[in-house]
Design a protein around this ligand. Structure first.
Ligand SMILES: Cc1cc2nc3c(=O)[nH]c(=O)nc-3n(C[C@H](O)[C@H](O)[C@H](O)COP(=O)(O)O)c2cc1C
Length: 177
């Protein structure tokens, strides 16, 4: 992604349990020439069965943020960090919220995307509130059942979103570069 003649360093950090958000993340990373970081929680049950569902519910209902498996990329070295998660009970997964609490995101430009089955609800609003020391981009991407939508539809949405982000960043370039 080029802004004001400079190649921006972009990181796409995401959590995915059943693979939908991963599919979007891969398309967004391609459209923005970003590095990819997949988050995992310590002690997270494998798969998407009943044990995993109960683990997710417990963290959501008790507002717990699970400890993360160490990440590979240092967010402080990137210009733009794109965060993605499935919508769980109208918010981002606790795993992504653990990342927001612990990663060096202050004063960074942040963009948000999600996958969902019924409605994204207030998910973006919740997460934006957690990112009060960052610059959260107004352009978000939310995809309903992206795997069923098919790869070409995700590619188009991801490319269009990358273009919108680029235009917004150009408009903010004076404060960013
Ligand atoms: C614990 C749990 C809670 C969920 N809550 C919601 C919800 O509130 N709204 C919604 O639209 N989808 C909800 N879903 C569906 C997921 O957001 C959707 O299937 C998403 O695409 C899964 O992404 P993933 O494959 O990357 O894990 C929920 C799924 C789980 C497992």
């Amino acid at each position: 992604m080029q802004v004001a003649g400079r190649q921006l360093q972009v990181l796409v950090t995401y959590y995915s349990s059943a693979g939908h958000t991963r599919t979007i993340a891969e398309h967004v990373a391609k459209a923005t020439q970003a590095d990819l970081e997949e988050l995992r929680a310590v002690g997270e049950p494998l798969g998407t069965g009943a044990r995993h569902y109960l683990w997710a519910l417990r963290h959501l209902l008790l507002s717990q943020k699970p400890p993360l498996v160490p990440v590979e990329h240092d967010a402080s070295t990137y210009d733009l960090i794109i965060l993605g998660s499935p919508v769980w009970l109208g918010t981002f997964s606790p795993v992504l919220r653990s990342y927001i609490r612990t990663a060096p995101l202050a004063r960074k430009h942040i963009a948000l995307f999600c996958s969902y089955r019924n409605s994204p609800g207030p998910a973006f609003k919740h997460v934006t509130r957690m990112l009060s020391t960052s610059t959260v981009m107004a352009d978000t991407l939310s995809l309903l059942d992206p795997v069923a939508a098919g790869p070409s539809s995700i590619t188009i949405r991801a490319q269009r979103w990358a273009h919108e982000l680029e235009l917004s960043l150009v408009a903010q370039a004076e404060t960013m570069l």
